[in-house]
Write a protein that binds this ligand. Structure first.
Ligand code: ADP
Ligand code: MG
Length: 398
């Protein structure tokens, strides 16, 4: 049973004006959408509501405009792109509130789809200004939020509206919340987390939260060096935040207290320069030369990581194990990703991953589709991994 309201309980929407918050923050070059993934993700919700006779009114932000309309950040071209993706006409109103919006909404018939202009043309959006919420709400009878990626912000169109109108999670939001619930909220144990990436400093809250929740935490990537250095291992010229040694130690103490195993690399792939094809060799982790840097975890470590994946029923993953953008330092990340994908396909593992570079790494390994769920939500996914409440999700709880 979902702990939040979904379209399953929305009731009869025929003839109702449904304000749907979507993520249409797609990459655009020369007025053309270059990657329509985000539009494809929200298409099911839009079509389901339209097919049920709702008047579907889309709310979205685009970019980071200053106060006032900015033609470069207009959603107008996105209306065209959305129409192409869903195969139906999508109207456009040149304002998200006021007369223009009211006129366009007033002209809608049942099943019509309309996109309103960039909500962030008003600073009141990000301030969650009650008067602005009121103006948005004037065009709707029901609110549906399908933009998990914006749910960590308490903005008018992501949070405020849910207090004004009956509020529900759209299908994409629902899928994301259900996947995250399986990953960390209420997972099948044992749960193993892999955390990698560049720096400990950007992931302190995340690590602190994970050690309390998971059975084992594999630490790889550049951030492993900070942990290694904190326990006295010389990491040479590797990326390392020496000033964070106390934080790393504290995380290891919290882990020990919570019964969470911490798995640090036992070997590494070292090089003298950070570039593709750089001369490299595998060394034991306590034998890193002073002039070398660790750019990937070594084969022994990968074997151990894959072993932990075998023991897990649930895997949550954020951050690559090495500098995966420059070959051959992608090896460990690719190997572990393929192993996790195979276990998932075999029905042995629930695998949930997220993070900008993590998604890129899984795509690079060719396995993003084989994970149970890969979140493209970015900041919202990380805040969720930090154990924070997301305001846009809280208001959808049943
Ligand atoms: P995400 O975007 O998935 O949250 P991060 O941004 O935290 O991931 O980390 C990704 C970055 O970490 C990549 O640019 C990668 O090159 C870098 N990285 C991983 N391992 C190392 C390493 N050993 N040394 C330097 N950089 C590394
Ligand atoms: Mg990143």
């Amino acid at each position: 049973m979902a702990a939040f309201k979904t379209l399953d309980t929305i009731g009869n929407v025929s003839g109702k004006r449904v304000l749907v918050r979507v993520d249409l923050n797609v990459p655009v070059a020369d007025g053309k959408v270059t990657d329509a993934t985000r539009i494809e993700r929200v298409a099911p919700t839009i079509l389901e509501l339209a097919d049920k006779g709702a008047r579907v009114i889309l709310l979205a932000h685009f970019g980071r405009p200053k106060e006032g309309p900015d033609p470069a950040l207009s959603l107008a071209p996105i209306a065209t792109a959305t129409a192409e993706v869903i195969g139906r006409p999508v109207g456009f109103a040149a304002d998200c509130i006021g007369d223009k919006a009211a006129a366009a909404v007033g002209a809608m018939k049942d099943g019509d789809i309309l996109l309103l202009e960039n909500t962030r043309f008003y600073k009141a959006e990000e301030k969650n200004d009650p008067a602005f919420v009121e103006q948005l709400a004037a065009n709707g009878d029901i609110f549906v939020n399908d933009a998990f990626s914006a749910a960590h912000r308490a903005h008018a169109s992501t949070e405020g509206l849910a207090h004004k109108l009956p509020a529900y999670a759209g299908r994409t939001m629902q899928a994301e919340l259900e996947a995250l619930e399986k990953g960390l909220g209420n997972p099948v144990k044992p749960v193993v987390a892999i955390v990698g990436g560049a720096k400990v400093s950007s992931k302190i809250d995340l690590l602190m939260n994970l050690v309390k929740k998971v059975d084992a935490l594999v630490i790889g990537g550049g951030m492993a060096n900070t942990f290694l250095a904190a326990r006295g291992t010389d990491v040479g010229k590797s990326l390392c935040e020496h000033d964070l040694a106390p934080t790393a130690k504290q995380i290891m103490i919290e882990a020990a207290q919570s019964g969470c195993a911490i798995i640090l690399p036992s070997d590494g792939v070292i090089a003298r320069e950070f570039k593709a094809g750089a001369a490299n060799e595998v060394v034991a982790i306590d034998a890193v030369p002073a002039d070398a840097m660790i750019l990937d975890v070594g084969p022994k470590t990968v074997a151990s990581v894959n072993d932990w994946i075998d023991r897990a029923n649930t895997l949550v993953w954020n951050g690559p194990l090495g500098a995966f953008e420059i070959e051959p330092f992608d090896k460990a990340t690719v190997s572990a990703a393929r192993h996790a994908a195979a276990r998932t396909k075999a029905g042995k593992l629930v695998s949930v991953a997220g993070g900008g570079d993590t998604v890129a790494a899984l795509n690079h390994a060719g396995v993003a589709d084989d994970f149970t769920y890969v979140s493209t939500a970015g900041g919202a996914f990380l805040e969720w991994m930090e154990g924070k409440e997301l305001p846009g999700v809280e208001v959808l709880k049943a």
